[in-house]
Design a protein around this ligand. Structure first.
Ligand code: SF4
Ligand code: SF4
Length: 239
């Protein structure tokens, strides 16, 4: 899931031109789970904006529940058909979702002006109803086969691939003393799995071109193609 947090209301209002008519859009998946842009927050945002003098022409959280705003065909249908009267009046869309959702609104509305209502923080695991934690940095070349499934790119502050820097104190990282050393976590996990041997091989530097932006993925039932500065990488999903 993409973790998002709302921007302060003063910052949001500051970016809206007083003459602008605004339609507020939420997301019924990730932003809903983050309480940053579900139906309740979207309706509330419309009211908060009106109370501050913003001209709000409507609001919507394209459903059904669990539907991602970044699903273009659904978002387009909801904004261009179900809410066509209100969205036609809108000069801009305030989007309570991640950057992917914001771009989806641009595409769904044929290039309308958008305002981000949230900061997108990371892709994370929903570990409880109140906590989302980051375990993958979406690097495009996964190396956690050798680390018991724990990601050194994410859990180690220096993104070291071949073991700890040696600066940890009492199990905590020297860069961020609030968090455990990622490499101690990896070591403890491999020890528990009886696979300390996985630490032996040298891990070559990663191909950071696979982390270039923007990247693309084309998917089909039989094969998928990942495109980055590292080139095109196609895999067959069947054979
Ligand atoms: S190595 Fe890359 S893809 Fe694998 S978990 Fe870490 S950041 Fe994610
Ligand atoms: S203390 Fe641990 S987590 Fe922090 S930078 Fe060093 S190896 Fe990485």
């Amino acid at each position: 899931m993409h973790a998002t947090i709302q921007k302060p209301i003063e910052e949001i209002v500051d970016h809206i031109d007083p003459k602008e008519k605004v339609f507020v859009v939420g997301c019924y998946n990730c932003a809903w789970k983050c309480h940053s842009g579900g139906p309740e927050e979207t309706e509330a945002m419309a009211g908060r904006l009106i109370a501050r003098g913003v001209q709000v022409v409507g609001y919507a959280t394209p459903g059904p529940q669990g539907m991602s705003l970044c699903k273009l065909d659904n978002t387009r249908k909801v904004l261009k058909e179900d809410y066509s009267e209100q969205t036609r009046q809108a000069d801009a869309f305030l989007v309570l979702a991640c950057g992917q959702g914001i771009h989806t609104v641009i595409d769904a509305t044929d290039g309308s002006m958008v305002h981000p209502g949230c900061d997108t923080i990371f892709g994370g695991e929903t570990v409880s109803a109140t906590d989302i934690e980051e375990f993958c940095s979406l690097c495009g070349e996964c190396v956690i086969e050798g680390t018991g499934g724990l990601c050194p790119m994410t859990l180690c502050s220096k993104q070291l691939l071949n073991g700890p820097c040696g600066g940890a104190e009492n199990g905590h990282c020297e860069v961020d003393t609030e968090k455990p050393c990622g490499w101690i976590l990896i070591y403890e996990r491999l020890k528990k799995l009886g696979r300390i041997d996985l630490l032996d091989p040298y891990r070559k530097p990663k191909n950071h071109a696979k982390w270039s932006r923007p990247r693309r993925l084309r998917v089909g039932p039989d094969e998928a193609t990942f495109v980055s500065l590292a080139g095109k990488h196609t895999v067959n999903n069947r054979n």
